[in-house]
Ligand binder design. Structure first.
Ligand SMILES: [Fe+2]
Length: 211
């Protein structure tokens, strides 16, 4: 019998991937890298497998004003996609990570936020990516092959000049940097302003003399 079949994909998990034009990314990243180095230098000792992290107030510093503007620009288009563009949102935290070879970040999500993201300033030529976990609580589909429908984790490819936005509830981790060089990234969170200002303000405190 001839039947008509259509596939409906229910409950998709969005990931918004934005790339700067490569030529512009080179200059932009050089400036960001210099500013991050200034904050972290001299680098304190960190345990092996760990990384260097700045305070979470980068979006309040003039040196990162263009970066914050870029985050807000992308957030506006994401909000439109999610049909929440009429509700003001603010950056609730923004910090840089320097991950030497061997460093990793265990599985987590970003509570009290609506959108989270990461921008890549420097990425080793190989051996580094971002891994998202399947948000469905039970995966009972038999797996003979890993694919878009059957996998319980998904890789987001990372590269310099790339910004990845994701829902803050989506669990993720950063596998060990297997590349030969440092990975430098800037992470950030956004939340609806009235929530972040009244119900659950960010827990970080502004760094004295950062402007
Ligand atoms: Fe994260």
């Amino acid at each position: 019998m001839k039947v008509k079949q259509e596939i409906q994909e229910l409950f998709p998990t969005p990931l918004w991937v934005v790339d700067l034009p490569p030529a512009e990314a080179v200059a932009f990243n050089a400036g960001l890298k210099a500013e991050i180095e200034k904050i972290i230098s001299p680098r304190p000792k960190v345990p092996s497998g760990s990384n260097w992290q700045t305070p979470q107030d980068l979006h309040t510093r003039p040196a990162f004003a263009d970066f914050a503007k870029l985050v807000e620009q992308v957030a506006a288009s994401v909000a439109q996609h999610l049909q929440v563009e009429n509700f003001p949102m603010m950056i609730t935290g923004c910090w840089a990570n320097i991950n030497p070879p061997g460093s990793y970040h265990p599985t987590h999500n970003h509570p009290n936020n609506y959108l989270s993201g990461v921008y890549y300033v420097a990425v080793p030529p190989t051996g580094t990516h971002l891994l998202f976990q399947d948000p469905r609580p039970v995966m009972i589909m038999p797996r003979t092959k890993l694919g878009r429908i059957t996998a319980n984790a998904a890789i987001a490819e990372v590269r310099p000049g790339r910004m990845v936005f994701f829902p803050s509830w989506l669990r993720h981790h950063v596998p060990s940097n297997e590349g030969p060089t440092e990975r430098i990234s800037i992470a950030f969170n956004l939340m609806f302003t009235n929530f972040a200002e009244t119900i659950a303000p960010p827990m970080w405190k502004p760094t004295a003399g950062n402007s």
